[in-house]
Design a protein around this ligand. Structure first.
Ligand SMILES: *[C@@H]1O[C@H](CO)[C@@H](O)[C@H](O)[C@H]1NC(C)=O
Ligand SMILES: *[C@@H]1O[C@H](CO)[C@@H](O)[C@H](O)[C@H]1NC(C)=O
Ligand SMILES: *[C@@H]1O[C@H](CO)[C@@H](O)[C@H](O)[C@H]1NC(C)=O
Ligand SMILES: *[C@@H]1O[C@H](CO)[C@@H](O)[C@H](O)[C@H]1NC(C)=O
Ligand SMILES: *[C@@H]1O[C@H](CO)[C@@H](O)[C@H](O)[C@H]1NC(C)=O
Ligand SMILES: *[C@@H]1O[C@H](CO)[C@@H](O)[C@H](O)[C@H]1NC(C)=O
Ligand SMILES: *[C@@H]1O[C@H](CO)[C@@H](O)[C@H](O)[C@H]1NC(C)=O
Ligand SMILES: *[C@@H]1O[C@H](CO)[C@@H](O)[C@H](O)[C@H]1NC(C)=O
Ligand SMILES: *[C@@H]1O[C@H](CO)[C@@H](O)[C@H](O)[C@H]1NC(C)=O
Ligand SMILES: *[C@@H]1O[C@H](CO)[C@@H](O)[C@H](O)[C@H]1NC(C)=O
Ligand SMILES: *[C@@H]1O[C@H](CO)[C@@H](O)[C@H](O)[C@H]1NC(C)=O
Ligand SMILES: CC(=O)N[C@H]1CO[C@H](CO)[C@@H](O)[C@@H]1O
Length: 850
């Protein structure tokens, strides 16, 4: 989801129960003769699947820290640069020949040939032509394209990076070095200092394993890329074919006309020590999580329309082929992909191939919370990230003449203790204005007001949904106030605006926005009760209300944090094609995503309030995902051969469960008054917990998975064999496993039928250590783990058997946890989520509790 002008876009307000919508193109079913973009897959496996060099073998999960043998990485490197373009043209010619044969003499437009992660192409054809293609023996799958959307200065300190993870990696001067992070987003502004490689005393190395190129266009000229920004391309064929590409806004180049992509890239890997100066105020220095990592841009999302799966798959395919180590997607489908396919959609299937090639894949959970089952990132091979608040707030307040203090937001200076008279815009209209413009109170035009009334006073204006939509802007209100010589501005909240995250906005005058409709009411009551009106004309003859603004430029670090934001999408994970829940924990983790300062494109138009600024403050799961991408780069730097699943395990088992005060992390549970609707976060709110970078670099034990495990899982889904064949060209083998049996660092049983045994295999990537096993059972379930204590040598494995027995017939989800406590200080957390669906069986009563 894209950020709106001041925060989360309005869709958040409307997020309702997610329905299975079937086949959809942009919210409408395609009529019969209308051409549309289809993604077609061919039976023959793609390049990545047919080259052994790309398979990360289970046994090669871990070969020790950097400097020790890293054969996987080196071998992948060779594979990655092994002239993939000649493969590409071979596949492309094959696809063209197939289209010519199948659609002899007919019109069609091929948009892309994919060959690396999936063997197939995107093509503009009619439903009849799609039908013809799907009857060809070579063709395995024909799927309608679908739309997707884009779902800091202080966060490195809050995450303990300068004293923790960065120190372990040799300081900010080397943190993340050698790792290439690929971003599927809205592009980048290459002129931003966050992406400069101009560090004479400490030059960036050239990442040898990366073979991507940099497009050169007039708005992305030669020299835009460097040793920091190592690759940049754009993918827009599906959008262009639909006729919705607007070159003046969307830029047919990797250039970021939005701002979102520049923001997310700098969160993960922006340079260290870049001063954040916005609206003339200095807010400190910014740094990415892995300031020495390299950035590779695959632009597939656009300001004016979002994006399409056909373009996103092309971007993913290219990123994998170029040899990125990590892919970060701050984007999610707009709605459940066609056929309610949660796992079997082209994006997730391309990402599965990327994981097979050893790439760690991170995706934003979506901003569709807080209702259950609202996640838009589904698959167990993807690392799904939700958003939490960190501890910095720019609190602002207004003190009224009656001594009531009302808090608000606004990155503005205050009135330095001076009380000023309050004047509502609606009481200061120019006589020639009739006031029938219903938005006049938003103060967008100084001509509407009488300067004599406003001058030297605090002007009261209304903040409505129009600001969220970008139809009215705070900048224009401030210009109006300055034009009328007002002392400052107080915005009250229109009662219709609830439930969106109002980001603090820079203001050039003393100013404040009161985000709470209730507080706004109190404010207006005070103002109105202090007025004297002429009994006949009803005109105000005396403005009695006064107030001072305390100023919001000073950050306050005492906020309750972390806590899961209301908009962060929640589990349980929906099962592919079924109304049931999958035995997969989603989200995997939460990371800072609220009020994040990061780089902004000089021509970024996504946020009107930050237009023309170098930095912007944004909120969303989009901002949380790149925090994890940066920290994953640090882990990858330390353990170059770590598999994607082991990397995800390191992040998960070490996550914090407690907030700054040592209390359980809380989750907001409502759009309106979110801080009055808090309760302890469950695994469906925060996955394993809040990211702890220091601990993730030394996890002790990891839980690992291979590509074959994922395919056994996919084949275990009822009726999936033909779909699986369609996507991979492989038949399902007879050995299948359920989601609960995937060796994930969590256990999720969405339908506990009396009892179930689950196994986990831990691999020790630390030194020899003895672990004690403890657990707390979900309510209504008895849990038993064996062994209760074990010694495991470095590099060795330990099997854990976990039994679950239902003790009640409650159908609500309940949660527990297994903790493995090492005698060298490692703590490994495994969240348990169980739903009992069957009726109570008295013979189970004999099982003992722990
Ligand atoms: C769907 O398409 C039909 C025909 O193209 C059109 O009449 C209808 O308004 C569309 N509905 C929506 C919701 O866009
Ligand atoms: C597999 O692909 C064929 C050809 O496109 C299609 O007819 C069939 O419905 C697909 N099967 C499934 C289960 O998706
Ligand atoms: C394209 O974008 C420009 C600049 O934002 C805008 O003025 C124009 O109306 C847009 N064109 C279309 C067809 O939407
Ligand atoms: C911010 O970075 C600049 C260099 O860009 C440095 O001189 C300054 O000391 C830094 N400030 C802080 C507070 O770290
Ligand atoms: C407001 O509070 C201050 C001290 O906190 C007090 O001196 C003053 O009398 C109060 N004014 C009103 C109007 O209550
Ligand atoms: C308040 O004080 C600051 C710093 O002294 C100054 O920059 C600002 O202009 C003052 N504001 C007002 C409204 O007097
Ligand atoms: C009121 O508006 C008219 C027309 O825009 C303008 O000429 C006049 O100066 C305004 N009067 C005041 C008092 O602002
Ligand atoms: C993060 O992990 C480190 C190392 O294990 C630990 O010292 C620290 O307390 C953890 N932080 C939080 C907030 O849990
Ligand atoms: C760890 O255990 C192995 C196997 O028992 C042993 O050979 C090795 O010396 C031990 N390492 C340390 C550091 O104790
Ligand atoms: C379980 O369900 C049965 C009948 O469905 C009911 O009689 C019983 O009270 C329930 N037990 C619990 C513990 O809720
Ligand atoms: C209760 O559980 C026992 C053993 O677990 C099983 O033999 C029996 O059939 C179950 N009864 C019902 C009614 O499901
Ligand atoms: C470092 C390195 O090159 N490792 C291995 C790469 O793969 C070949 C076989 O494919 C091995 O012989 C190398 O040892």
């Amino acid at each position: 989801m894209m950020e709106g002008s001041n925060g989360i876009r309005v869709e958040v307000l409307l997020a309702a129960a997610i329905l299975c919508l079937g086949i959809l193109v942009d919210g409408n079913s395609s009529s019969d003769d209308e051409a549309a973009v289809y993604i077609v897959t061919i039976r023959h496996p793609p390049t990545a699947h047919s080259s052994d060099a790309f398979i990360v073998k289970k046994d090669q999960v871990f070969h020790g820290p950097a400097g020790s043998s890293s054969m996987n990485t080196l071998n992948r490197t060779k594979g990655g640069s092994r002239n993939p373009r000649s493969h590409g043209s071979y596949f492309s010619r094959y696809h063209d020949a197939l289209l010519r044969k199948a659609l002899k003499g007919e019109k069609y437009i091929k948009l892309y040939s994919y060959h690396y992660l999936i063997n197939g192409f995107a093509v503009l054809i009619t439903p009849q032509q799609a039908d013809k293609l799907s009857r060809r023996g070579e063709v395995s799958n024909v799927i309608l394209d679908f739309s997707v959307r884009t779902a800091t200065t202080h966060t490195p300190q809050f995450l303990g990076l300068p004293q923790g993870a960065w120190v372990q990696q040799g300081g900010s001067g080397t943190a993340g070095e050698g790792i290439v992070i690929g971003f599927i987003d809205t592009g980048i502004d290459p002129t931003h200092p966050s992406f400069s490689d101009n560090t004479a005393e400490n030059p960036f190395p050239v990442p040898q394993h990366y073979s991507g190129i940099c497009e050169v266009t007039p708005d992305f000229p030669s020299g835009s890329c460097n040793r920091k920004l190592v690759g940049a391309r754009h993918f827009a064929a599906s959008a262009i074919t639909r006729g919705i590409f607007n070159a003046s806004q969307d830029y047919a180049s990797p250039f970021d006309g939005d701002g979102h992509g520049t923001h997310t890239a700098s969160v993960a890997a922006g340079n260290n020590g870049i001063p954040v100066v916005v609206a003339g105020h200095n807010f400190g220095n910014a740094s990415g999580m892995a300031p020495r990592s390299h950035i590779a841009i695959y632009k597939a999302l656009y300001k004016s329309f979002g994006g399409f799966a056909a373009d996103v798959v092309a971007a993913i395919d290219q990123a994998a082929q170029d040899g990125v180590d990590i892919i970060s997607l701050s984007i999610t489908p707009n709605r459940r992909p066609p056929g309610c396919a949660t796992f079997f959609n082209p994006i997730d299937m391309a990402l599965l191939s990327a994981v097979k090639a050893g790439i760690f894949v991170i995706q934003a959970a979506g901003n569709t919370g807080p209702s259950p089952k609202s996640v838009f990132s589904f698959s167990p091979w993807i690392f799904t990230v939700g958003a939490a608040a960190h501890d910095r707030v720019y609190g602002n307040s207004v003190v009224l003449g009656n001594n009531i203090t009302i808090s608000g937001v606004g990155l503005a200076s205050g009135t330095n203790g001076t009380m000023f008279t309050l004047v509502s815009a609606l009481d200061a209209l120019n006589d020639s204005r009739t006031g029938n413009d219903m938005y006049i109170g938003e103060c967008q035009d100084p001509a509407n007001f009488n300067p004599e009334i406003v001058q030297g006073n605090l002007l009261i204006c209304s903040y409505s949904i129009r600001f969220v939509l970008g139809l009215s802007t705070i900048k224009r209100t401030l210009e109006t106030a300055a034009n009328l010589s007002a002392a400052g501005v107080v915005f009250y909240m229109d009662p219709f605006v609830i439930g969106f995250q109002l980001n603090p906005t820079p203001m050039s005058l003393p100013g404040i926005i009161i985000p709470s409709p209730d507080d706004s009411k109190i404010f207006l009551q005070y103002y109105n009760s202090s007025l004297e009106r002429d009994s006949v004309t009803k005109k105000v003859v005396k403005f009695g209300g006064v107030a001072c603004i305390s100023g919001g430029l000073e950050a306050n670090f005492s906020y309750l944090a972390p806590k899961v934001m209301f908009y962060s999408a929640r589990g349980p994970d929906p099962e592919n094609s079924f109304p049931d829940n999958a035995d997969i924990l989603k989200p995997n983790l939460v990371a800072p995503g609220n009020s994040i300062w990061a780089a902004w494109s000089s021509r970024g138009t996504d946020s009107i309030e930050f237009q023309g600024e170098n930095f912007a403050m944004m909120s969303g799961t989009s901002m949380a995902a790149p925090h994890v991408a940066g920290i994953a780069a640090l882990i990858k730097q330390k353990f170059p051969t770590i598999s994607p699943s082991a990397l995800g395990s390191a992040l998960s088992t070490t996550a914090s469960l407690l907030d700054k005060d040592g209390s359980p992390i809380m989750a907001q549970r409502a759009y309106a008054k979110p801080d009055l609707n808090l309760s302890p976060a469950t695994p469906f709110d925060m996955g394993s917990g809040f990211i702890n970078a220091t601990a993730a670099l030394d996890p002790g034990l990891i839980f690992d998975l291979s590509y074959d495990d994922y395919t056994s899982f996919l084949c275990g889904i009822n009726g999936s064999a033909p779909v699986f064949l369609n996507y991979t060209g492989q038949n399902c083998s007879t050995s299948t496993i359920g989601g609960a049996d995937l060796n994930l660092p969590s256990i999720t049983i969405s339908n506990l039928n009396q009892s179930q045994m689950v196994q986990r295999i831990a691999t020790n990537i630390g030194g020899n250590e003895t672990y004690r096993v403890g657990w707390s059972a979900p309510y209504g379930v008895s849990v038993k783990v064996t062994p209760k204590r074990f010694w495991v040598a470095s590099g060795q494995r330990q099997v854990l058997n976990v039994s679950f027995v239902a003790l009640t017939n409650s159908t609500a989800a309940s949660f527990g946890r297994i903790g493995l406590f090492g005698d060298h200080g490692h703590v490994v957390n495994i969240p348990l989520s169980v739903i009992v669906k069957t009726s109570y069986n008295t013979t189970n009563k004999n099982h003992s509790f722990h």
